[in-house]
Design a protein around this ligand. Structure first.
Ligand SMILES: [Zn+2]
Length: 354
């Protein structure tokens, strides 16, 4: 009988390229997980006209590093949506993008559990591509990776968009329910709010999704205040929260997160590069405060290919090297990732959705 992957956790990531255990990434976006070289290949194959004619100039433009930081809003508006979403649109690009991302995560970082998220309506060229074709392309990319790497478990999370109408987001929810048995494991709320979004409006739709077996997460408390997390917890009762770092400044909220067993998907380097967190001191304060208040956290990449040195192994090395988390705490976060995944690891024969 195949051993549950949680049990194979025997060591923790070592700095300087040493042995690392099975890792899990629960928060990574399709658009920012596809390597720039794959984007370049897609752009050249499709004949897209890019503003950068040279590959290295393109990489410098789309990849963030300590000397090239960007606020979340700036990056979403100038790179993520207009360039990355566009290039990763259409059936061919989506299948290749998801396949390359998932197989690459296993090969380079020993990620054996990967939840990849994306909004299928952001990858269908504004409706030019049939939505079911776009979704099936994502699923084909995932299936290819699962077939080639039997130790890899993966699932897709569909992102709703805070700037979409409720009607548009309801279509995504229905598609997630429709494809749940094929490996769509959850729903997320993403993008920044342009003033018209309220979690309250989604209570009924999200209950329906939950009854159909989907798990719920939401980007909240990344750059906005904790009122958003309070609303999220009250109205959509998430299993996890994407980022949620602002909760470290709200003791009452941390008590609720602990009591309701809501797990945070923390993405350290992403927060540093978008200035959501000021520096390592603030990051240390936030993460240690969560441990002190018994809030469970997981460590994730968010944008593994669009931030320099942000692969999951590197993120753990960064946290250890800079004394942000202890080895013991790192080990605990990895255990929580396997424990609170949306992917059903029990009662499964193999890793395919059959
Ligand atoms: Zn994210």
């Amino acid at each position: 009988m195949e051993r549950p992957i949680q049990e194979s956790l025997s060591t923790i990531p070592r700095p300087n390229g040493g042995l690392f255990c099975n890792l899990a990434d629960l928060h990574a976006h399709i658009g920012t997980s596809i390597p720039p070289s794959v984007y370049w290949h897609i752009a050249q194959s499709e004949g897209y006209k890019l503003s950068k004619r040279d590959y290295h100039e393109f990489v410098d433009f789309v990849v963030l590093d300590p000397s090239h930081k960007s606020t979340l809003k700036e990056y979403l508006d100038s790179v993520y949506h207009p360039i990355l979403d566009k290039l990763s649109s259409g059936s061919l690009a989506l299948e290749k993008g998801v396949y390359e991302t998932m197989s690459g995560a296993y090969r380079s970082n020993n990620i054996t559990l990967l939840e990849l998220r994306g909004n299928p309506m952001k990858h269908n060229r504004d409706g030019e591509v049939d939505l079911d074709h776009a979704i099936m392309a994502m699923l084909r990319g995932m299936e290819r990776a699962l077939l080639e790497y039997p130790k890899l478990h993966a699932g897709l999370i569909f992102c709703l968009d805070r700037q979409f109408s409720i009607e548009k987001n309801a279509i995504i929810i229905d598609k997630a329910i429709k494809y749940h048995s094929r490996g769509v494991v959850g729903l997320d709320f993403s993008n920044y709010d342009n003033g018209s979004f309220h979690f309250k409006d989604y209570a009924t739709l999200i209950s329906k999704a939950r009854r159909a077996g989907l798990k719920i997460t939401a980007h909240s408390g990344e750059t906005d205040d904790t009122n958003d997390i309070w609303d999220c917890v009250t109205y959509v009762k998430p299993n996890r929260i994407g980022h949620g770092i602002r909760a470290a400044y709200d003791k009452k909220l941390m008590k609720i997160l602990h009591e309701k067993n809501i797990v945070l998907e923390v993405c350290p380097l992403s927060n540093l590069m978008t200035r959501a967190v000021k520096d390592n001191n603030e990051l240390t304060y936030i993460l240690q405060t969560f441990f002190e208040n018994k809030v469970k956290i997981t460590i994730n990449t968010d944008w593994p290919e669009m931030i320099k040195d942000a692969h999951l192994v590197k993120q753990y090395e960064y946290l250890e090297k800079n004394n942000i988390l202890t080895k013991k705490q790192i080990e605990q976060t990895i255990k929580w990732s396997f424990q609170y995944t949306f992917i059903n690891l029990k009662n499964r024969h193999g890793n395919l959705y059959l």
